[in-house]
Design a protein around this ligand. Sequence first.
Ligand code: G3H
Ligand code: 13P
Ligand code: ZN
Length: 328
Amino acid sequence: MIHYSKLGFVNTKDMFKDAIEKGYAVPAYNFNNMEQLQAIITACTMTQSPVILQVSKGARNYANQTLLRWMGQGAVEFMKELAKENNLKEIPIAMHLDHGDSFELCKSCVDMGFSSVMIDGSHLPYEENIELTKKVVEYAHQYDVTVEGELGVLAGIEDDVKAEEHTYTNPDDVEDFVNRTKVDSLAIAIGTSHGAYKFKLKEGEEVPPLRFDILEEIEKRIPGFPIVLHGASSVLQEYVKIINQYGGNLEGAVGVPEDQLRKAAKSAVCKINIDSDGRLVMTAKVREVLWNKPQEFDPRKYLGPARDELIKMYERKNKEVLGSAFRV
Ligand code: G3H
Ligand code: 13P
Ligand code: ZN
């Protein structure tokens, strides 16, 4: 067992308190490899934004759980060096398990030095979700690790779980869920979904707005309680276009418009999860470089430009969408 504080991480308590008070959202960016991690840390340090590093079960399987944890620890040292070199402040970094699906997985992350875990029991019947979430909270809170729960089901794919339809969060449930589980934050379903195909639009149709009416009702039931928005990529069309131009096929890929996220960030939504946008940026740049330079075979020559473009995208998100820049 190693405690997260020894690794330089913080839990999400103070981050969320500040975000709610000041009306912004803390970015929660997923990573699976070194270039994504470098880009997230660079962008958040340079824009002086707190950050939540997210690791999914799939990421742990892909990159190896031990290696990922050490990468997270390395990221803290990298951030300190970067801050010093640029005369900037050090930023708070939380290491978070995204979509934990069992008590054992959450416990393993707590024991390995994560400062925050999500237990996603949203696919379970309500009482089973409460039971599982409560069990994780009871374990995690012994070590001051914060826990995110979820009510309502997002459409899309999360690891092995695929849901075709949304089930919006029922505001009648949130108070009971939060009181009985003692979670620190709550992910809700108000119309976002995971992946790059969030809405099926017919010719000329616009993306439907998020259900801010449900969000407002939830805020009334649990005032000031930290709310989390998953599936918040905007599926930036400039990158979809590059992917399609250089041999890809992402026809019909569409995400949540950024003005909707801006509005959400000003409310009790204090954590916004973005993964797909990063994947799209990387893929776009790698495709572009390999298409234009077919002789290239040094990974640094295509992953480097991908990393540079990722930094730009994350910096812009922090400044223009989440409002998390210059909050440290
Ligand atoms: O919510 C899902 C995240 O985008 C993680 O995706 O399970 O493919 O790593 P993943
Ligand atoms: P996106 O697929 O919209 O990036 O959502 C990511 C997410 O919710 C991670 O938990
Ligand atoms: Zn998610």
